[in-house]
Design a protein around this ligand. Structure first.
Ligand SMILES: [Cu+2]
Length: 262
């Protein structure tokens, strides 16, 4: 019996040692194989940002008489945040030099051949003084949209998408933040507040990272890899228009989009 026990113990010892060594060897095995597996895991057509050496710059302009923006019928709580000053509609921000603000410029065609990583940094859509800030927000599918209420009373955020699930969310307290995502590309999702009916914004969900929204100088700047692309410029009131552009590595091209009253 004693001998048998000893024999079993010895066999067990041998088994544990050999299993341990074998396990160790197995864990080490994937290491030399790494170089051949890293590239395919991201996909052979994964977009390489270092190749985006071309630039398309330009301006969105408005041709015609500057539209008249009506004064908003602010509620007393909203009026108080503007120190009694009149506040006007935001559907056509024509700058003094004739350039147009809040125009989304993005690659509509020519960028389908790559796959893109989803950005993890959230894009902010704030509610300030009973306005959405920014008025036009652009992001990629599944990128987090951080919705904030900076006002000391209730707003509700009510996007009305055609190609994504809708939601309607109240934010009653100042400083509240919620994150939402949209998984499908959509140009562009109208947003309203059911408490303050003039509040309006648009969320542009673009299926590639090649986009910009014009600001107070009406300009845009998009970095791209060499290629031929169809650029679309979209405005909530004046519609959409396209232009084709071809750029080579390191090249910079200037494009102007001119909008007219519709
Ligand atoms: Cu509101």
């Amino acid at each position: 019996m004693v001998l048998r026990k000893l024999l079993y113990s010895a066999l067990l010892f041998v088994f544990v040692v050999s299993f341990g060594c074998g396990g160790g060897k197995q864990e080490e095995q994937p290491a030399p194989a790494q170089p051949s597996t890293t590239a395919p895991s991201a996909g052979s057509n994964a977009f390489d940002a270092s190749k985006a050496t071309a630039t398309v710059t330009g301006k969105a302009t408005f041709d015609g008489t500057k539209p008249t923006l009506a004064k908003l019928p602010l509620t007393p709580e909203c009026q108080q945040l503007h120190a009694g000053k009149p506040v006007v509609e935001e559907w056509a921000k024509v700058n003094d030099d004739g350039t147009l603000q809040d125009v989304l410029v993005y690659v509509k065609e020519g960028a389908e051949k790559w796959t893109y990583q989803t950005p993890t940094d959230p894009i902010l859509l704030d509610q300030v003084g009973c306005h959405y800030v920014p008025h036009v927000v652009a992001m990629m599918p599944n990128q987090p949209l951080k919705i904030r209420n900076s006002d000391p009373f209730l707003h509700n955020i009510h996007p009305q998408p055609a190609n994504n699930p809708a939601f309607n969310m109240g934010q009653p307290v100042k400083g509240m933040e919620n994150e939402k995502t949209f998984s499908n590309a959509e140009i562009a999702i109208p947003v309203k507040c059911d408490v303050h009916r003039w509040m309006s914004s648009y969320i542009a969900v673009v299926g590639n990272p090649f986009y910009a929204v014009t600001g107070s100088d009406g300009s845009f700047n998009v970095k791209l890899p060499a290629g031929t692309y169809t650029l679309e410029a979209w405005h909530e009131k004046f519609g959409a228009q396209t232009q084709q552009v071809t750029v080579t590595d390191g090249e910079s091209k200037d494009v102007t989009f001119t909008f007219k009253a519709s």
